[in-house]
Design a protein around this ligand. Sequence first.
Ligand code: 5GP
Length: 111
Amino acid sequence: MTTIFGKIITGELPAEKVFENERILAIKDLHPKAPVHLLIMPKKEIPNLQSVEEVDLPLIGEIITVAQSLASEYDIADGYRLIVNNGATAGQSVSHLHFHLIGGKNLGGMA
Ligand code: 5GP
């Protein structure tokens, strides 16, 4: 099923892109929870973290590399969170795997 993020990836819906290559897209979150709140996602339609298969692991590794680069670019490399909400009970609202890169303020402890 195509999601909002699927439509952003194909260009059917707009987004503020901060990184893109053939496999990965990173955008600014529409409702940021911190001064820096980016969403990094594979272009491949993977619904959630639990669906990731062994074949996808290089892609997940590349997403982490992209997160590191963006953290440096946005000057938050010394303190950030990289979060995946897996499933509705964990707060996942869009069924297309995405990593939240959050920082730019004191994030405190985990709730
Ligand atoms: P989730 O709750 O699934 O972990 O995260 C979904 C995130 O996507 C939320 O932080 C929400 O603010 C963001 N979001 C929802 N719709 C859009 C949209 O159309 N554009 C962008 N850039 N972000 C969105």
